[in-house]
Design a protein around this ligand. Structure first.
Ligand code: 48H
Ligand code: FE2
Length: 254
């Protein structure tokens, strides 16, 4: 077949324009494409929720790619093994209840599941603010190209409307900080020292709506909740993403 460069360009622009326009109004935005955000977006999409996974970096995966200290392996405990199975991620049992998986496979397969189910991924996109109107809850996100932020250019953003937003931005809990900075009634307690068992035990109780329309998941949940960190055990991230998704599915049914 004959190839035309301009047709290639037009195909990209036309398709992405269609998708972006369609996704300006969605059920749920998951901000942050780390393990908790991917899991959340995958389960939402698998349940028919119109969900955008927004990631500021080029690649999705957040802190999971690097495993523990760049050894590309993650540990997942018994309680979360079913989520490895759910995504078809292979693992070996190191000791009773300690499962070891490839971090690269874990990112790839969970992300593939999210894409297969219809989650739309917006990478290279930074959430720089939230929309809060008279009802007092988060009802939208203010987005811009990450490249604009990196270049320090003063270019105004665009906005998308959401019924619910998930802050899955990891240690920095960026969305919660934005809400608080602008006077939202939201307490951010800050992340504690390393204590894996405590962090993994309590993460689900911190995975909750912390401000109307805003649910925190993954490391952001522990950072907002004043909880400890856990190092390269990822069961809590997967379970937290799943819990956030289930809360949203229930809410959208009402
Ligand atoms: C768009 C943004 C923005 C923004 C940030 O850090 P993550 O992997 O997050 P989690 O919570 O799913 O997983 C945490 C895990 O990776 C980890 O660090 C663990 C378990 N640590 C334990 C320990 O002891 O250290 O991913 C968050 C993602 C990243 O990819 C960011 O680039 C992205 O969010 N992000 N995306 N707009 N404003 N801010
Ligand atoms: Fe971390």
């Amino acid at each position: 077949m004959k190839l035309d460069e301009v047709t290639i360009s037009r195909a990209i622009l036309s398709e992405q324009h269609k998708i972006m326009t369609e996704y300006l109004d969605i059920d749920c935005a998951v901000v942050g494409g780390g393990p908790s955000g991917i899991t959340c977006a995958a389960i939402l999409a698998q349940n028919g929720v119109k969900v955008a996974l927004i990631e500021k970096k080029l690649s999705i995966g957040g802190g999971m790619w690097g495993g523990g200290m760049m050894f590309p392996r993650i540990v997942v405990q018994e309680e979360a093994r079913r989520l490895l199975d759910h995504f078809g991620i292979k693992y070996t049992e190191y000791e009773k209840g300690y499962y070891v998986a490839s971090s690269v496979e874990a990112v790839s397969k969970s992300l593939a599941a999210a894409c297969d189910a219809g989650a739309e991924v917006f990478n290279l996109t930074t959430v720089e603010d939230v929309v809060v109107k008279e009802d007092g809850g988060v009802s939208g996100l203010v987005i811009n190209w990450t490249a604009v932020e990196m270049a320090g250019l003063h270019i105004d953003p665009l906005t998308m409307r959401t019924k619910v937003t998930v802050d899955a931005t990891g240690h920095d809990s960026m969305i919660a900080h934005m809400v608080r900075k602008k006077g939202g009634a939201l307490e951010i307690k800050g992340e504690g020292f390393m204590w894996a068992e405590r962090a993994e035990t309590n993460i689900l109780s911190h995975t909750k709506e912390v401000f109307p329309g805003l649910i925190v998941a993954g490391m952001a949940a522990n950072a907002v909740g004043g909880e400890t960190r856990m190092g390269p055990i990822f069961g809590g991230m997967l379970l937290s993403g799943e819990k956030a998704a289930n809360m949203i599915i229930e809410r959208l049914k009402k």
